[in-house]
Ligand binder design. Structure first.
Ligand code: NA7
Length: 548
């Protein structure tokens, strides 16, 4: 579409008088909170609209048993405040959901952010009024907000998805989705529990539930690679030593491709002997975590290198799971290791050695229906008291798709993105003036330590708003050719990797009908940051900024 020939759109209807702000932020998780900090520092009046009745986003909703971050505590945290990073004490190598949520709440209090957050307020529509250069936002509760800037902090993994399975409404027991877990503890003692899905959430949840439940039946469509977390308490002296060098560690992390201080090998797999390769895998296996896939620098791009690392993990699975048939089904063969998000677990494969835990391979015997007392597959009926859906998300674009966002000429963002998201730098989309996307599609986002990616994006947006204020510019949006070039670049970089061959949520493959496009930018956080800095240094090259 041509932004210059657009006609004004109609603001959303309903509700009383609109509450006016300089900026509306959608979401009060890690991204929304830090955005509020930066907006306040610019002297802009902002309001964050948060669907939950508390802050925290992902970590507010994902309260399932075993929920834990797969990036280490000392890295998965804000770096913008030296005082904050020094004062907060983490208790474990990998933080549990409740600890992260306490941390986020601490941040909200420490920086006095709550007064700028409207809880229980889900944005349902956001329309741009070209004449008034204002976004008009409507909420599910019928409230209306107006602002010059609209900033999405809605998250990449926040639109939980329950697959369409016949008969769910007839199930008589309680059922849950990991991404929308009840606030009260759920007791599985003595229960027969069916778990659908074996991604990161399922792999964390299954061992934890198995400690309580009478019986656990896991319904697996695709097995996943998982590396042990070897989680442990974080000793005070280790934490102190890290904090003594915090600024330097953060700086080094930002200069990596994933924003995480891993041990990135500079060697290609073929440069090592077979014995050296096995030693390297074993060393990393014993250290634990997603660092494993950085054993050689071509695991994501070279099939033979990937096969070698994948086979090592398959052998570990076979050595762990006693029943040979179950082990075979748990060992992934349909995708390259790491091209579906690699999982980090605590005793996942060991759990299948317990007599009350069983695995159903849905590729062989698909679910035909959920019935009043359980799940029926093509070959048998499984009586169950509870069902857990660990079936994932409409990733990266899902949260935005669920809001009726309309830009110039009334164009819906969803329609513009019908064949895949189109953005410039994952930050803005042409035809949607003053709409900023924190960790939007086409940015490194979910391929990184997302807190690092969030801080980089929020800082960039804040600098852009500051520049606009200084220069008395009121409207910003990308130029179409800059956006087209970026989309081409994002696709080209992805096509050089093994990622585009897998049916992953990175590719939108988990959602029926979603275009098959690689959603994040895989060129590396450090390269992406360099590109952004060049854009800024060149006077926001590729953006058109105008005064009102
Ligand atoms: P994921 O990684 O998308 O995993 C979802 C799982 O659910 C995965 O095993 C899916 O199988 C399975 N699934 C999805 N739909 C169905 C249906 N219809 N039937 C059976 N099984 C199904 O989501 P998670 O919540 O585990 O993790 C998301 C991210 O959060 C994770 O990567 C971390 O970054 C944190 P499939 O593989 O699609 O065949």
């Amino acid at each position: 579409m041509n932004a210059d020939t657009a006609i004004p759109s109609t603001p959303p209807e309903g509700g009383g008088a609109a509450q006016a702000f300089d900026a509306i932020v959608i979401g009060a998780g890690f991204a929304g909170l830090y955005m509020l900090v930066r907006l306040r520092a610019l002297g802009l009046r902002a309001r964050a609209l948060e669907a939950g009745d508390g802050v925290g986003g992902t970590w507010y909703w994902n309260r399932y048993p075993g929920a834990r971050c797969d990036v280490e505590s000392l890295q998965y945290s804000y770096s913008f405040s030296e005082e904050l990073q020094q004062e907060w004490q983490w208790t474990e190598r990998y933080p549990r959901q409740d600890e992260i949520l306490r941390y986020i709440n601490h941040v909200a209090d420490r920086f006095d952010l709550r007064r700028d957050i409207a809880l229980n307020t889900r944005a349902s529509a956001a329309h741009y009024d070209e004449g008034r250069q204002r976004w008009s936002v409507r909420t599910e509760g019928g409230e209306r907000f107006e602002a010059r800037f609209l900033i999405s902090a809605a998250g990449c993994l926040s639109a939980a998805r329950i697959p369409e399975v016949t008969g769910l409404s007839s199930f008589q027991g309680p059922w849950y989705h990991t991404g929308n877990w009840p606030h009260q503890a759920v007791d599985f003692s003595g229960q027969r529990v069916g778990v659908i899905g074996t991604g990161s959430s399922g792999i964390q949840l299954i061992p934890t539930i198995a400690r309580q439940a009478r019986e656990v039946v896991v319904f697996q469509r695709t097995p996943n690679f998982s590396i042990p977390a070897w989680n442990r308490p974080l000793p005070a002296d280790e934490q102190k030593a890290w904090k003594a060098q915090y600024a330097a560690h953060r700086q080094k992390a930002r200069a990596t491709r994933s924003g995480i201080l891993y041990d990135y090998s500079l060697r290609a797999s073929a440069e090592a002997t077979e014995e050296e390769r096995q030693q390297e895998y074993e060393r990393r296996w014993l250290r634990g975590g997603a660092n494993f896939t950085h054993a050689f620098n071509d695991i994501y791009s070279n099939q033979a290198a990937n096969d070698s690392a994948a086979e090592f993990v398959r052998n570990k699975i076979r050595a762990t799971v006693r029943d040979a048939d179950t082990a075979t089904r748990l060992a992934p063969t349909d995708h390259a290791i790491g091209t579906k998000r690699i999982c980090v677990d605590s005793d996942y494969f060991q759990t299948y050695n317990q007599p009350h835990v069983s695995l159903v391979d849905l590729r062989e015997t698909p679910i035909t229906a959920i019935v009043a007392d359980g799940i029926r597959t093509a070959s048998r009926h499984f009586p169950l008291d509870r069902i857990v859906f660990a079936t994932g998300y409409d990733a990266v674009t899902g949260a935005l798709d669920r809001i009726d966002i309309r830009g110039l000429g009334g164009l819906a963002l969803k329609d513009k993105w019908a064949h895949g998201p189109r953005t410039y730098l994952g930050l803005m989309s042409a035809g949607f003036p003053n709409l900023f996307l924190i960790t939007g599609p086409g940015s490194p986002s979910i391929l990184t330590n997302v807190v690092v990616a969030i801080e980089q994006h929020v800082d960039l947006i804040a600098r852009c708003l500051d520049h606009m204020q200084q220069q008395q510019l009121s409207v910003a949006q990308p130029m179409m050719d800059a956006e087209d070039d970026w989309v081409t670049h994002v696709n080209q970089v992805a096509s050089k990797t093994l990622f585009t061959k897998s049916n992953s949520w990175y590719m939108g493959a988990n959602i029926p009908g979603k275009p098959r496009v690689f959603l994040p930018y895989i060129g590396g956080l450090q390269n992406y940051t360099t590109i952004c800095e060049e854009v800024v240094a060149a006077g926001y090259r590729g953006f058109r900024m105008t005064s009102g």
